[in-house]
Design a protein around this ligand. Structure first.
Ligand SMILES: [Ca+2]
Ligand SMILES: [Ca+2]
Ligand SMILES: [Ca+2]
Length: 466
């Protein structure tokens, strides 16, 4: 029996479709069918948690299949995700003393990406991790004395912000093999107004806010599924050597595979969210109960820790976890299909792994045993010196970045009003994002440059259909 997705998931017909399905299943075999690998349907990027929405709200839908309990958490978490925090008062107090932004949504705009800064504009959704050479007791980056692990350019009234950062770009130009010229912009970051002098060996890592949908599904992928693709010493000789990051899980008190953030620096959505509250907003929680400004002269916040309740932190993590994935568009279009073939042929799929299966999880059936199409391997890759931040983050060295998921990437313009990509938003189009690929990605990048104009168009059309 085939699983009739269209009926089952399309809007109002859902309940009816569900009934038809149940009856059909009973009639056919008396028990529900298990999902057959050959029957997966790549239109459903998020498996059964796919939504047919290509509007500006495409990243903001709740899982279409969700228990009442999780629906409730999602709704509470949705409000928390949008809440604007303030330094004191009755509503959402605890902001700062140091912070980057006042709400999750000011960086993850429409649950999508942040807006990169241009020269002279205020830095909102780009932040800078910082450290000095060495490792903390758990193998993580070593905090900068007087600054900690992240630079906060904002502070509450009466406190000193740590520093400001200005960005400028210079252009480099080159050509495709067919002679078509292109230009890339190289960012330069300048720190000014530092509240105290920075050590000479400080390392900075710019990070733009990525989209946050589909993460419950990525979290549900088993460690062994991720490790299948690991090839640290490139034993198969294809020039690609994905590596898993191992990071400290504060709740489990052990190292686990990192999967979130541009360098796989966080093991779970919960810890990533707690980290965001702590560093990005200056809000303490049971996971990170110490203010990010602890030990610095700006440590003047007298609101008792934790500043958000455990249940609110869980709710915001559950909100993010249960954001659905938008369905493909035009997946049957012949040019899109040609682009997909090129994507595989020139080696993009070696890192941007098209399909994964999530593990069985009886405690969270919403994400259990799904075929998903995230276009990532959740591994780290050396992307060459031009993209390097030259700052290690656990096992990720200064050249390595996580393969970002490409699902939904074709909706970036509609959701976020721009097409700026990569960890610092330097790429101004999908083509530019590809042209920046170096290191392990250089062969694929060269092959892309050697394609004809119509083949390049087909590849980009495929990316837009994701
Ligand atoms: Ca605080
Ligand atoms: Ca700091
Ligand atoms: Ca390899």
């Amino acid at each position: 029996m085939r699983f009739d997705f269209m009926k089952y998931f399309s809007g109002k017909k859902r309940v009816l479709g569900g009934i038809i399905l149940v009856i059909a299943a009973l009639a056919a075999c008396q028990k529900p069918e298990t999902w057959n690998a050959e029957e997966y349907n790549e239109w459903y990027s998020g498996g059964k948690q796919t939504v047919w929405d290509k509007s500006a709200g495409a990243f903001s839908s709740i899982f279409p299949e969700i228990s009442e309990r999780n629906m409730f958490f999602h709704e509470v978490g949705d409000m928390a995700f949008e809440a604007t925090f303030v330094s004191s008062g009755n509503l959402n107090p605890g902001l700062g003393p140091l912070f980057n932004s006042v709400a999750c949504t000011s960086c993850h705009i429409n649950d999508g990406r942040g807006t990169p800064i241009g020269p002279g504009t205020q830095m909102v959704s780009l932040l800078f991790r910082m450290s000095i050479p060495g490792e903390d007791p758990h193998g993580g980056p070593l905090a900068v004395p007087g600054y900690g692990g992240q630079l906060q350019q904002n502070a509450i009234f009466g406190a000193l912000s740590e520093a400001q950062i200005d960005i400028s770009y210079s252009d480099v130009t080159s050509n495709y093999a067919d002679g078509t010229p292109y230009s890339l912009r190289v960012p330069t970051y300048t720190i000014y107004d530092a509240y105290q002098s920075l050590p000479a060996d400080v390392m900075l890592s710019p990070r733009i806010a990525p989209a946050v949908f589909g993460l419950g599904l990525l979290e549900a992928v088993s460690e062994s599924t991720i490790l299948e693709y690991e090839d640290i010493h490139d034993l198969d000789g294809d020039g690609i050597s994905g590596k898993a990051n191992y990071v400290w899980d504060v709740i489990a008190q052990q190292k686990r595979i990192g999967r979130f953030g541009w360098k796989c620096g966080q093991p779970t959505v919960l810890q990533q969210s707690a980290g965001a509250y702590n560093e990005d907003m200056g809000i303490t929680s049971f996971i990170f109960p110490v203010e990010s400004s602890n030990g610095q002269p700006q440590h003047i916040d007298d609101i008792p820790e934790p500043e958000i309740s455990d249940s609110l932190l869980y709710a915001v993590a559950d909100y993010v976890r249960t954001l659905a994935v938008p369905a493909r568009r035009d997946a049957d279009n012949p040019i899109v299909k040609q682009g997909k073939k090129l994507f595989i042929d020139i080696g993009c799929a070696s890192c941007h792994r098209p399909m994964m299966q999530t593990a069985v999880d009886v405690s969270f059936p919403e994400v259990s045993a799904q075929y998903i199409f995230p276009y990532t391997d959740l591994l780290l890759h050396d992307m060459g010196s031009e993209l390097a931040d030259n700052r290690p983050d656990h096992l990720a060295n200064g050249y390595e970045w996580r393969t970002p998921p490409l699902w939904g990437i074709g909706l970036t313009e509609i959701v976020n009003g721009h097409e700026n990509f990569l960890h610092d938003g330097r790429a101004r189009s999908l083509e530019e994002a590809i042209l920046w690929h170096g290191g392990e990605g250089e062969t694929a990048q060269n092959k892309f440059k050697n394609l004809s104009a119509s083949e390049r168009e087909a590849l980009v059309k495929f990316l837009r259909s994701l």
